[in-house]
Design a protein around this ligand. Sequence first.
Ligand code: ATR
Length: 275
Amino acid sequence: MNRIPLAGVIGHPIAHSKSPQLHQHWLKMHGLQGYYIPMDVMSDDLENVLKTLPKMGFVGVNITVPHKEHVMQIADLITDRATLIGAANTLIFRKDGKIHADNTDGFGFIENLRQGAPDWDPKAAPAAVLGAGGAARAVVAALLDVGVPEILISNRTKVRAEKLQDDFGKRLTVVDWVQAGNILEDASLVVNTTSLGMMGKPDLRVPLDGLQKSAVVTDLVYAPLKTHLLLEAEAAGCTTVDGLGMLLHQAVPAFERWFGQRPEVDSAARAAALR
Ligand code: ATR
C-alpha cells in the first residue's frame, strides 16, 4: 500500500510559521497527495518525535527555531554545508531508517538575491553583513561559496563576529558595531541578519549616506516585508530585496526531495506564504 507522504515543520513556538501554507499551496499546484503539518515540539521531546515520525509515514521535516543546532546531535548523516554552518533546517527520513540533515538557508538566501537583484555580481566587491548569529552563519557560508571577495562583518557583540572570522577564515573582516555605517561605502551588498526591524523589535538604524546607488540591500526579516532599513535604502536609490523570498527559496529543495517535483517561487507562492 502506498502511503500519502507527510512532511512538516518542527519548532517552538510554531504558530507563526509560513511554511505550512507554502507547502500546501505547492502540493495543490502540482496536484500531489500529501500533507505538511506544523508541530510544536519542546527540546526534550525532539529526539523521540524524530524517531517516531518516519514510522507514521513522514518523509522528512523542516526544523526551525530553537532546534536547528540541537538536531545536529540527533541526525545520522549531515551534509558538509550543514556541518560548516553548525545547524540544519531540513531533514530527510531515508528508507534505511537514517535521518539525513541539510541546511538550505544559504541556498534560499542566494536564490532570493538572484531573483530580486539579477545584476548583482558577487565577485565584484565586498559584502557587508550586519549580525553574527545563527542566520549570519548561513549567509556568510553562502556568500563565500559564490565567490564574494571579502565580507565585512559587524555585530553588537563583537566576539560573535570574531568567532565567525575564526570559523570561516581570512576573507572576513570584523568591524565595530558603532562603526557599522562606515563599512557600507565599499559594499555592493548589505545584509541585515540581526533580528532588528522585526515586528515588535526596534528598527535597525545605520547611516546609509556612504552607500553606492548600485548597491543591493537585503533584509532577512520578512515581517514586516518592508523594514526601516529597506525603506531607507529605497529612498537612497538602491535595489532592495525583502526576506520573504529567502523563506520561499529555502523550501524548494526540501519540497522536491519529499514530494518529487520542483516547485515554483512565483507571486502565487508569495501570496500563499502571506496568507
Ligand atoms: P538568529 O539565529 O536569528 O541569527 P541569534 O543567533 O539570536 O538569532 O542572533 C540574533 C542577531 O541579532 C545577533 O547578531 C544579535 O546580536 P548579538 O550577538 O549582539 O546578540 C542581533 N541583535 C538582536 N538584538 C539586537 C539589538 N537590540 N541590537 C543589535 N543587535 C541585536
